[in-house]
Design a protein around this ligand. Structure first.
Ligand code: GLV
Ligand code: MN
Ligand code: MN
Length: 468
C-alpha cells in the first residue's frame, strides 16, 4: 500500500518534470557560464580545463586500466562479458576488486549476502556515506554496467588519498551481490537483503543445476543461516550514491554529460508455466492438441498488447521461452517463460498484470492448457532525495559539466537502499543507448566525468550533512 502511494506520487511528479525541456535547462547553464565568463575570465579556464579533464581530481587513466582488467573476467569472444552473479567467474572478479579496495587502503569486509564493503574512517562519529554498484553482468552483457560505479567508487577513494583529503563521515565503497538477477531470477539481491526487503525465504530457490542460493552463499564463504545479519541498521547511513551508465539514449542523443536521476522504476517479475500435453507431432490431429508452446506464443504477444494499450513509459518483456520436451516431432507439453513489468508507478504494474491474467485465462480456454504464474521478484519504485539531487547537479556544474534530470528505466541497488537513507544517482551517456549487450560503451572521458562528479558529490555531502 505504501509502495503504491509512493509510486503514484512519484510518477505524477516525474511526468510533470519530464515535460520541462532538458535542453532548455542545459542551455540555461551554458548561458550562465557565458555571462560569468565575460565578468570573470578565469572561470572560463576552469570550465574548459574540467571538460578536457585537466582539473579532475580522479585519475581517468588509472580507472580505465582497472576497468579494462576487470573486463577480462568472463570476456566473450564476440566482446562484452558473461559474469553472472553467483558464478566462479564472478568469484574471481570479486577477488580482483577486493585487491583494488585493499590497495586503496580500505578495510574490506563481506556481509552474509556476499556484499563487499570497503571502509575509510571519518574524522567524526557520523553515519556512513555509502557509494558503489555491482560487477555481475547479464549473459552476454557489456563492460560498463555496474563496473563503472564500482571501480569509479574505488577511484574516488584513491583520489582522496592522493590529495590527503579527510572526510568527517566514514566512507564505504560497496559492491553489491547479484544485481542483475538472471541467476535465480532476483534482481538487486544483495541490496534487497541489506535493505531488509528480502530475507531467508529466498535461500531455497534453485538454479538450473539444482544448486540453491544457500549453496552459492556458502561458496561465497558465507553462512546462509546468518543472512539477515546483512541488513543495514536504520540510522547508520548518511546517504547512498551510485554512479552508473544511463543504459538508454537520452544523454547520448542530447549530448548532455551527466544525468541526475529523479527516481527508479519498480519492477515485478513472474515465472509462468503453461502445461499442455506432450504428444506425437505426426499422429495427433490439429483439433486434439494441447500445445503449451502455441499458448505461450499467444501469451507473450498478449503481454506486449496490454503494455502498449495505454500511453506512458511502462514496459513489459518476456525474456525467454523454454519448451519441453524440446523435439521437432513432439507437441510441447510444458513451457516456462517469465513476465517482467516495469513502471514508475506500482499501481500501473498491478493494473497491467490484471489485464494480462485475463488474456492468459482466455488463451488457456482456447488452447486447452493451464497457465500458472508465481511472483519471483518485486521491487518497488524508488525516489531520489531532492537535496542529494541538488548536490549532484552542483557537483557536475562545478566541474563544468552539463546536466539533465531524468528517470531510470533500469533498476539499481541504490533504489533498494533508498528505503533506508537518502539516495542519489549519477548517470553518464551510453553510446547509441545500448546496454545489456556486448556493444555497450561509454567513452573513457564520460566515465571519468561521472567519477569526478561522484568525488565532488561525496565531498559536498560530507560538508553539508549533519549527524542524524
Ligand atoms: C538491471 O540492469 C535491470 O534493470 O534489469
Ligand atoms: Mn547495473
Ligand atoms: Mn544491468
Amino acid at each position: 500500500m505504501r509502495d503504491r502511494e509512493v509510486g503514484g506520487k512519484m510518477s505524477s511528479w516525474l511526468r510533470s518534470i519530464s515535460n520541462l525541456s532538458n535542453a532548455s535547462r542545459t542551455g540555461a547553464t551554458w548561458i550562465g557560464v557565458a555571462v560569468l565568463t565575460v565578468a570573470f575570465p578565469w572561470i572560463a579556464d576552469t570550465q574548459a580545463a574540467a571538460s578536457s579533464g585537466q582539473s579532475r581530481h580522479v585519475n581517468a587513466q588509472r580507472l580505465q586500466v582497472n576497468l579494462e582488467k576487470l573486463s577480462e573476467f568472463g570476456r566473450n569472444p564476440e566482446g562484452g562479458v558473461t559474469r553472472l552473479g553467483f558464478s566462479q567467474t564472478e568469484i574471481d572478479a570479486r577477488t580482483y576488486v577486493m585487491g583494488l579496495m585493499k590497495d586503496a587502503g580500505l578495510e574490506v569486509r563481506v556481509d552474509a549476502a556476499g556484499n563487499i564493503f570497503g571502509r575509510r574512517p571519518g574524522t567524526a562519529p557520523l553515519p556512513t556515506l555509502l557509494f558503489g554498484s555491482h560487477i555481475d553482468s547479464v549473459p552476454h552483457g557489456g563492460n560498463f554496467d555496474g563496473t563503472v560505479g564500482s571501480l569509479g567508487a574505488i577511484e574516488v577513494i584513491r583520489a582522496l588519498n592522493d590529495g590527503h583529503v579527510t572526510t568527517r563521515h566514514p566512507l564505504e565503497v560497496v559492491v553489491w551481490t547479484n544485481e542483475e538477477g538472471p541467476h535465480f531470477g532476483i534482481s538487486a539481491l544483495g541490496s534487497g537483503v541489506a535493505a531488509g526487503v528480502l530475507g531467508p525465504e529466498i535461500l531455497d530457490r534453485k538454479d538450473e543445476e539444482g544448486l540453491t542460493l544457500a549453496d552459492w552463499l556458502r561458496r561465497y564463504g558465507q553462512d546462509p543461516a546468518h543472512l539477515t545479519g546483512a541488513r543495514i541498521p536504520r540510522g547508520t547511513l548518511a546517504a547512498i550514491l551510485e554512479l552508473h551508465i544511463e543504459q538508454g539514449p537520452q544523454l547520448y542523443e542530447t549530448k548532455v554529460q551527466i544525468g541526475v536521476v529523479q527516481g527508479i522504476v519498480g519492477l515485478k517479475r513472474w515465472k509462468c508455466i503453461a502445461t499442455g500435453f506432450a504428444n506425437h507431432a505426426g499422429t495427433t490431429p490439429m483439433n486434439r492438441r494441447k500445445d503449451a508452446l502455441a499458448a505461450a506464443a499467444k501469451d507473450l504477444l498478449a503481454v506486449r498488447d496490454v503494455v502498449r494499450a495505454e500511453p506512458g513509459r511502462q514496459v513489459g518483456t518476456v525474456g525467454y521461452i523454454k519448451a519441453e520436451p524440446g523435439a521437432p516431432n513432439v507437441i510441447p507439453g510444458r513451457v516456462e517463460f517469465p513476465v517482467e513489468l516495469r513502471d514508475l508507478d506500482a499501481g500501473t504494474i498491478e493494473r497491467m498484470w490484471e489485464h494480462i491474467q485475463q488474456r492468459f485465462a482466455q488463451t488457456d480456454k482456447e488452447e486447452g492448457v493451464e497457465t500458472r504464474c508465481a511472483v519471483i521478484n518485486d521491487i518497488a519504485p524508488a525516489l531520489s532525495d531532492a537535496s542529494v539531487q541538488s548536490v549532484i547537479r552542483e557537483a557536475a556544474r562545478s566541474a563544468g559539466l552539463s546536466t539533465a534530470d531524468m528517470p531510470s528505466g533500469a533498476v539499481h541497488d541504490a533504489g533498494e537502499i533508498s528505503r533506508l537513507t537518502p539516495m542519489g544517482m549519477i548517470f553518464v551517456p551510453s553510446r547509441d543507448g545500448i546496454s545489456h549487450a556486448p556493444q555497450e560503451f561509454s567513452t573513457w572521458d564520460d566515465v571519468a566525468n561521472g567519477t569526478e562528479v561522484l568525488y565532488r558529490s561525496i565531498l559536498k555531502l560530507d560538508k553539508q550533512m549533519n549527524a542524524r
